[in-house]
Write a protein that binds this ligand. Structure first.
Ligand SMILES: NC(=O)c1ccc[n+]([C@@H]2O[C@H](COP(=O)([O-])OP(=O)(O)OC[C@H]3O[C@@H](n4cnc5c(N)ncnc54)[C@H](O)[C@@H]3O)[C@@H](O)[C@H]2O)c1
Length: 255
């Protein structure tokens, strides 16, 4: 029960990594609001968690993370229902790509709005509540792509890099309020996002490249998020937590 009495918002929590984080937080005693653009899926996710965790306090809310008004409505609703906000996981994102010289500006603009402003907007709206509560933990989901560059995904990689820089700047500005801000950089993780972007053959090759010889499971990322959300990481801020089975430590490809 490492999150007993804590209140968390997980953006994009209706499926994939966000769902695994919401589910793990609920298992650890946290009260969780799943904020997603897809309300129907978010409600299904809430039911799944309630079936798995008896007495879980989990709610589904609909918002587009790049839209200030809709996120504000959700943040107000969370405070009304649970009284405070201790943890924010900025997880919602989209993943578009073409080779750099063919990538339309529209891909840059869309991903800037959702992946970058979609991290800024919920954070700016939640911080005043964290200040009131005496502190908090913000976890930004970046990507291995921010560190190594993902083939055919220049905008996605660059904007996940922006999420990393943003994490450092936020950590410095918010430390005086006891708000910690950290990033997680997942390697390829078995979710719908990855499955729609890759073939089975490509996934096999990627898994073979990881020293730990497999892709990440959403639960691997959720375990890292739990550490950063809990008081176990009370002295950790402005860090990037790479969860990639060691993919980024291999200097020369072996396959
Ligand atoms: N899956 C991977 O291999 C991988 C690797 C590195 C980083 N990531 C990052 O992890 C995070 C989660 O990825 P995933 O694979 O679970 O993705 P996913 O596509 O499976 O799930 C994303 C969720 O976000 C929601 N969402 C999308 N746009 C939204 C918006 N504008 N407002 C609110 N909700 C929105 C979707 O409805 C969905 O529920 C993302 O930030 C992604 O960039 C994923």
């Amino acid at each position: 029960m490492r999150l007993k009495d804590k209140v968390a918002i997980v953006t994009g929590g209706a499926r994939g990594i966000g769902f695994a984080i919401a589910s793990r937080f609920a298992k650890e005693g946290g009260k969780v609001a799943i904020l997603d653009i897809d309300l129907e899926k978010a409600e299904k996710a809430v039911n799944t968690i309630k079936n798995e965790v008896s007495g879980a306090e989990v709610i589904a809310l609909q918002a587009d993370v790049s839209n200030v008004d809709s996120v504000k409505r959700c943040v107000d609703e969370v405070v009304k229902r649970f009284g405070k906000i201790d943890i924010l996981v900025n997880n919602a994102a989209i993943h578009l790509g073409k080779p750099f010289h063919e990538e339309p500006l529209e891909y840059w603009e869309k991903q800037f709005r959702i992946n970058v402003l979609g991290t800024v907007i919920p954070s700016q709206l939640v911080v005043p509540h964290m200040i009131k509560a005496g502190g908090g933990s913000i976890i930004n989901i970046s990507s291995k792509a921010a560190i190594t560059g993902e083939p055919g995904h220049a905008a996605y990689s660059a904007l996940k890099g922006a999420v990393l820089s943003l994490t450092l700047a936020m950590a410095v500005d918010l430390a005086p309020y006891n708000i910690r801000v950290n990033a997680i950089c997942p390697g390829p993780t078995e979710t719908d996002l990855l499955y729609s972007a890759t073939t089975e053959e490509e996934r096999k090759r990627m898994a073979a490249r990881a020293p730990l010889k497999r892709l990440a499971k959403p639960e691997d990322i959720a375990a890292a998020a739990l550490y950063l959300a809990s008081d176990d990481s009370a002295y950790v801020t402005g860090q990037k937590f790479v969860v990639d089975g060691g993919m980024t430590i291999v200097a020369v490809e072996r396959v």
